[in-house]
Write a protein that binds this ligand. Structure first.
Ligand code: GLC
Length: 643
């Protein structure tokens, strides 16, 4: 029995309440007939508050909003001033949902071979081979097992690690948030001693992803299913800032379960879901990443549980389309990358990432691939699927070609001609070589490379952003060679990117005048702190070369529990717990657990990876051969992509 299974059993024995799977299933039932939903979408429902047990009203109202969002609506008008709370009469919330942990006994676990399939370069030698982990473990053993003393140390440390995992699972379960008696997410941070919780008492969409993956990999599907369906309902919310509304497909950054007095009955209360789309968030930033993560999690749920009925539901299909429609809408852009404002993702305050930040592009690419897999073929969505396919090809070409940097490319930029007015300019974005920052000249290793943080006319943001780079490996946005090179660089730059705690959110920090101008002298984002090159344990689960993941986990294990699972660490080497870091930060805990599960069973990562698609590869290779710069230069091009 694996450690975590043992934990599950111990926990369920010790505290059966934690496994209460009661849910307001009437509302979220996957067998809810689709015609019923359609029928009600024709009515315009103007209730100010919706009672949860009136599930038909609730769903029909949402369906109406969805169809309006997709352009099928009766008018462009929106109902305003509605009480934006989704309500639930808790007194009656005792029904039990259909899916339990026993149902899905790991149907995602298809491949018994011990190959790490964290990404599509899974079968490549030298990278991502599970044997590497075993070898690493072997080396570790022979290092410690000099006779009996070594063996003792080994078993002591194993027991410590087991304890740590137990503790992490306990904390993760303690962070679960219930709505009408059913788990629907995890609170961002759960420090009982903290008085400064800000909005960390909410369920954040992005923060729930590692929690959701941990629960899925544990076979506990209810919480993920509930999360997916409830956040979907929030998608259609009316949201305004000074009379302006963002697109209908926007997903909230976070939501809170509130208990409020029941209308007309002073003696009773009800629970309501209260979302924040950025209209209350510090800086009023819209979370572009929420919808992208939601699509990624939806697919992972289907893959892992085998329950495809959720993604097949009409309201879920409509939700996917609304997100896509928002992302694929025509605008003024010349680039296939998504143009977003600063703070639109994990880095949710001003850090100079506005424009086309890598993190959003990598998540966008994943979401497009996942959505394509899940969208039901139907006449009405042919245009959307065509637009999606075109975007996938253009996006992967753009990122691979223009975001990539290594020593050779750096030297190429160093010698760039500028002001090229022509269709086949080499320096298309008119990058002035003087922009190459002095730190990078020293920092770029001979072997390795990475995708830069952002690309704009006459501007390359050369900072290394971890999430964007790693996620580009996971989803195959980076070519096979590029994926190897990114991981090589991470190994070569271990002291800078990992040091005493994995993993730097970006590297290097903005300092001095640059920090003043770019962050607006943000006291929370001082150099080597928080978003400004702080270290975030939650990124641990995404380190996808087993031997480096195993090393990183070992580094983290030494401190995480002792330091009370902080949100982030400060200083160049991550020596201090972050200045304003929350403690018992749930995604630090979940990130650790997911990385442990994936290391123990690399094939589990299949729920996050996407298959190579021959149509996409063909389209991509046509683009490569049509590119003038490529024609002049490299060989064997059509072997490098691994979409
Ligand atoms: C901070 C992080 C953001 C996270 C939130 C809740 O604002 O920047 O990424 O979602 O805290 O943990």
């Amino acid at each position: 029995m694996g450690t975590s299974e043992a934990v599950l059993q111990v926990l369920s024995g010790a505290n059966p309440l934690l496994f209460n799977s009661a849910t307001c299933s009437g509302n979220l039932d996957s067998t809810f007939p689709s015609r019923f939903l359609y029928k009600y979408t024709k009515k315009r429902v103007s209730r100010y508050k919706r009672l949860f047990n009136c599930s038909s009203t609730l769903q029909s109202d949402l369906g109406l909003n969805r169809l309006k969002g997709l352009g099928y609506g009766l008018s462009g008008c929106r109902e305003v001033n509605r009480l934006q709370l989704l309500s639930c009469k808790c007194q009656q919330a005792e029904s039990v949902s259909g899916l339990t942990a026993e149902d899905g006994n790991g149907t995602w676990f298809v491949d018994s071979a011990k190959k790490l399939n964290l990404n599509s370069v899974a079968n490549t030698p030298n990278i991502l081979e599970f044997q590497d982990v075993q070898q690493f473990e072997q080396e570790k053993k022979s290092f410690t097992s000099n006779g009996a003393a070594g063996t003792t140390i080994d078993s002591v440390s194993k027991a410590t690690v087991d304890c740590l995992e137990d503790e992490a699972w306990n904390l993760l379960r303690d962070s679960m948030v219930y709505y009408c008696g059913s788990p629907i997410g995890t609170i961002a941070a759960n420090d009982p001693t903290s008085s400064n919780v800000l909005n960390y008492d909410q369920v954040f969409i992005r923060d729930f992803i590692p929690s959701g993956i941990a629960f899925l990999l544990k076979g506990e599907y209810d919480i993920v299913r509930n999360f997916i369906l409830h956040t979907l309902q929030l998608q259609s919310w009316e949201k305004t800032m000074d009379c302006h509304s963002p697109g209908q497909g926007l997903m909230p950054a976070s939501f809170k379960v509130r208990t409020v007095p029941l209308d007309g009955d002073d003696s009773a209360t009800e629970e309501v879901l209260d979302p924040d789309f950025g209209e209350a968030a510090i800086g009023r930033v819209a979370p572009v990443d929420s919808g992208l993560w939601w699509i990624i999690l939806l697919r992972a749920y289907g893959k892992c549980s085998g329950d495809l009925s959720v993604q097949e539901r009409i309201d879920v299909q409509t939700g996917i389309k609304m997100i896509l429609k928002l992302c694929l809408a025509d605008g003024f852009d010349m680039f296939p990358t998504l143009l977003v404002t600063d703070g639109s993702c994990m880095i949710d305050r001003r850090m100079g990432i506005h424009g086309h930040p890598l993190e959003i592009q990598a998540l966008f690419y994943s979401a497009l691939l996942c959505a394509r897999e899940m969208l039901a073929p139907e006449d009405g969505s042919a245009d959307l699927i065509r637009a999606l396919n075109n975007r996938l090809v253009a996006l992967s070409f753009h990122i691979r070609e223009y975001y990539w940097i290594d020593l050779r490319k750096l030297n190429e930029i160093y010698r760039y001609k500028t002001e090229e007015y022509s269709y086949d300019a080499v320096n298309k974005f008119n990058i002035y070589p003087d922009q190459i920052p002095p730190w990078l000249v020293e920092w770029m290793p001979n072997k390795g490379g990475y995708l830069i943080g952002n690309l704009q006319p006459a501007h390359m943001d050369f900072r290394f952003f971890s999430l964007g780079n790693i996620w580009s490996i996971v989803n195959g946005l980076a070519t096979r060679d590029q994926s190897h090179a990114i991981l090589d660089l991470m190994e070569a730059k271990w002291a800078d990117l990992v040091a005493d705690m994995p993993l730097k959110i970006c590297y290097p920090a903005l300092e001095g005048q640059e920090w003043q101008i770019i962050t607006g002298s943000d006291p929370k984002n001082t150099p080597w702190s928080y978003h400004n090159a702080g270290s975030w344990p939650t990124l641990l689960w995404q380190m996808n070369r087993p031997e480096i993941a195993a090393r990183a986990v070992q580094v983290a294990e030494k401190r995480l529990s002792r330091d009370k699972w902080p949100e982030y660490y400060d200083t160049k080497r991550a020596r201090f717990i972050g200045k304003q870091a929350q403690l018992f930060q749930t995604w630090s805990i979940a990130g650790y657990l997911v990385s442990k599960i994936l290391l123990a069973d690399p094939s589990a990562a299949k729920i996050l990876t996407t298959e190579e698609d021959s149509e996409l590869v063909n389209a991509f290779s046509c683009m490569i051969s049509a590119n003038p710069r490529r024609k002049r230069g490299r060989k064997n091009l059509n072997q490098t992509y691994i979409i």
